[in-house]
Design a binder for this molecule. Structure first.
Ligand code: DGL
Length: 272
C-alpha cells in the first residue's frame, strides 16, 4: 500500500495524479485536519506531527509514504528518513528549479506557506537555483483555509471571495514582472481556476504583458512515486483498496474531498 499524507485536503492534488499514473496501486490517504493549517506552525511542531502521522501509515501497512505537503516535507523529510530507514519517502518542494530554467524575465513568484518559506530546505533550494533570479515569496495567507472549506467550483457563491483572495496575492507578483508562478503548497492547485482568472485579468489590462507559466510539482511527484512503487514491485491484483482517513471531521473531509475530486469520497475518523 502507498500512504499519502497531508495536513488536510491539499494532498488530494497529488493523490489524483498518483491514481492517474498507477491506477492499480492500493492507497491510504491521511489528512491531519485536527492540526490544519501546518503552514503557520513552527517547524518543530510540524516535524513532530508528521512523524506521528507517518508512523501510523507505516503501522497500517504502507510500504511507501508520499508526503504530499510542502510544509511537512520542508520540516520533516530528514527526520522521517532517519526514524523510518526502511521506508522510502517521496517528498515535495517548490518547483524553483523548473521555474528557473523556464523564466525569461528572471522573476519567479513562489506561492507557499510561511513555514515552508522560512525552512532551511527552502533556503537551500533558493541558493542552488535562484541565485541569478529575482524570487518573490508570497505566503498566501488564507488560501489553505479557503480550500479546506471549499464547497463548489467557479461560478458559485464563494467565487467572488476566492477571486479577491487569490487576485490580491497573484496581481502584485505579475506587477513585478513575474512570468513564472510556483505552486509551493499542495492545496493551491485547487485554486488554479482563480489563479488563471487573475492572470487573464492582468493580461487583459496589460496587453504587452509576458505570458505566465504556473508550475505544479504534483505530476513529477506522482512519477517519482510510480518509480519507487515499481522498484519495490508491489503490484496488486484486482480492485485496488483506497481509503481516506482524517483526524478532523470525517463528514467534512468527505464533503470537501468529493467536491475537489469530483466523485464520492468516503472518509473515516482517526484519533492519533
Ligand atoms: N498542503 C500543505 C503544503 O503543501 C500545507 C497546508 C497547511 O496545512 O498549511 O504545504
Amino acid at each position: 500500500m502507498i500512504g499519502v499524507f497531508d495536513s488536510g485536503v491539499g494532498g488530494l492534488s497529488v493523490w489524483r495524479e498518483i491514481v492517474r499514473l498507477i491506477p492499480d496501486a492500493p492507497l491510504t490517504y491521511l489528512a491531519d485536519q485536527a492540526h490544519v493549517p501546518y503552514g503557520e506552525r513552527s517547524l518543530d511542531e510540524v516535524r513532530a506531527l508528521t512523524l506521528r502521522a507517518a508512523g501510523w501509515l507505516i503501522a497500517r501497512g504502507c510500504r511507501v509514504v508520499v508526503i504530499a505537503c510542502n510544509t511537512a516535507s520542508a520540516a520533516a523529510l530528514e527526520a522521517l528518513r532517519a526514524t523510518f530507514p526502511t521506508t522510502p519517502f517521496v517528498g515535495m518542494e517548490p518547483a524553483i528549479k523548473p521555474a528557473a530554467l523556464h523564466t525569461r524575465t528572471g522573476v519567479v513568484g513562489v506561492l507557499a506557506t510561511p513555514t515552508t518559506l522560512r525552512s532551511a530546505r527552502y533556503a537551500s533550494l533558493v541558493s542552488r537555483w535562484g541565485r541569478d533570479l529575482h524570487i518573490i515569496e508570497q505566503p498566501c495567507l488564507g488560501w489553505v483555509e479557503a480550500v479546506e472549506r471549499m464547497q463548489s467550483q467557479v461560478g458559485s457563491a464563494e467565487d467572488a471571495e476566492l477571486r479577491r483572495l487569490v487576485g490580491d496575492c497573484v496581481m502584485p507578483l505579475l506587477a513585478q514582472d513575474a512570468d513564472t508562478l510556483v505552486l509551493g503548497c499542495t492545496h493551491f492547485p485547487f485554486l488554479r481556476p482563480w489563479i488563471e482568472q487573475a492572470i487573464s485579468a492582468w493580461q487583459a489590462a496589460h496587453p504587452v504583458a509576458h505570458a505566465v507559466t504556473v508550475f505544479d510539482p504534483a505530476p513529477a511527484v506522482a512519477r517519482r512515486t510510480r518509480q519507487v512503487w515499481l522498484e519495490l514491485t508491489l503490484s496488486a491484483d484486482g480492485t485496488p483498496a483506497r481509503e481516506f482517513w482524517t483526524t478532523g471531521s470525517a463528514g467534512r473531509f468527505a464533503q470537501v474531498a468529493s467536491v475537489l475530486l469530483g466523485y464520492p469520497v468516503p472518509a473515516r475518523l482517526l484519533t492519533l
